[in-house]
Design a binder for this molecule. Sequence first.
Ligand code: NAD
Length: 494
Amino acid sequence: MSKEKIALFTIFGGTGDLAQRKLYPSLFKLYQKGYLKEHFAVIGTARRPWTNEHYHGVITDSLASLNADPATVAKFAGHFYYQSHDVTDAQHYVTLKQLSEKLDAQYGLQGNRIFYLAMAPNFFGTIAQHLRSENILTPNGFNRVIIEKPFGHDFESAKELNDQLTATFNENQIYRIDHYLGKEMIQNISAIRFGNNIWESLWNNRYISNVQVTLSEKLGVEERAVYYDNSGALRDMVQNHILQILSLLTMDQPVEFTEKDIDVEKVKALRSLRPLKPEEVATNFVRGQYAADGDVKAYRNEDKISPDSNTDTFVAGKVMIDNFRWSGVPFYVRTGKRLADKFTRIDVVFKRPIVNIFNHDDVRENDDAATSLAPNVLTINVEPTEGVELRMNAKALGQGFATTPVKLNFAHDAAATANSPEAYERLLHDALNGDATNFTHWKEVAYSWKFVDVIQKYWDEHTPDFPNYRPGSMGPDASDELLRQDGHEWIYKE
Ligand code: NAD
């Protein structure tokens, strides 16, 4: 069977940053690999009055870093058509429909359509409504819509947005991008857990002490300042990426490894998040904002940021999951900008042996007999290294008898990871296949917002003492204190 996929892509926001940096290179890679061949076309739309020739130049430029064969690039770019289009103008959809039908006939696209909304979410509703009212959806092929984050800024606005989309599309036609779900090692969580009896047997509150998820960024707010200042780390990173990762780490085993069964288990996990009461927010969640340091500007002095902004550029939190498997196990999460380094990792910290037989002096003097044995830690390195590490105790080399932690280490080699598909390429391929496993479903979004809304509301009502952390650190001291009060510590330290 041919692996070629057949579809017309319509990219709203075709002149934008996301389209140029991510979508065009990803489509090109699918083309190079033969998933897209003759039977595909792309309509790029935005307000600017570009010609097709100019658009082809933009496509070619967006692929420059791939060093591809110019003839292949030219052939690929020949499938792209530019349509000047203001998404709020109904008349423009008439032209779009005509062009869509012409390309459908020209390329034999069988009525298959993917609408990629690479635009600000406040336009999603109007686009969806016009696609329906102007009959741009086809009765014969598939019609799918891919949308970007943010999906609302709280539960109410997310619901409103969802209602607008579902007036045109069914839930199974909506592909909500969370690009972390396209990452190799995030997809690997299920393989590690359900493919290895040693892990899945221990994956519960009898053996696991705590779990730590860190999404750390080294850069400051950069060019997304206006958006970010209205969002902050909690809404920008925790509501979506971090809670999605938590759901994959904590869900029960799906009956089958299918979109439907995985979604059922993820939703159950997210429903089990223990909701915080307002008075519990301050003891369970820490927020931060970076200060100045040498040449590095404080967040409040960044371009386009108000000098009295109270936006969180860091968040650390303790999340509890109220079910049989996880009762009593804290999940510590943290993310922020201008931290020590750029990486994403998950540390699963196991309980120490109940008795430490190796150090009898300790046993007699110390009630906590096992304190001198380090806990086993399974680390899933998501990026930049992609691999798994296990810390365990072994005998120290040499005369006498002492224990020391050693590490078992697996990392995909750099050449293999360089050739493996990037998140957007995987996700576009999934959308072409009609597989929404690695996209966020509405119920997941809803439960995530309900959890986050309590924290955000409490923060909005209380003035923080910002700025409170040094660029290059791992956030404010209160983040370390959050774990210390439970007798734990962050496995990754700066
Ligand atoms: P951008 O500002 O670079 O592009 C927006 C596009 O929308 C442009 O093509 C612009 O011409 C078009 N546009 C604006 N108003 C229009 C109108 N009335 N009619 C027609 N076209 C109009 O934004 P971006 O960075 O490409 O982001 C697009 C979406 O993706 C946003 O929802 C953003 O939050 C999300 N996103 C972007 C990134 C990224 O890396 N850029 C990452 C995550 C999420």
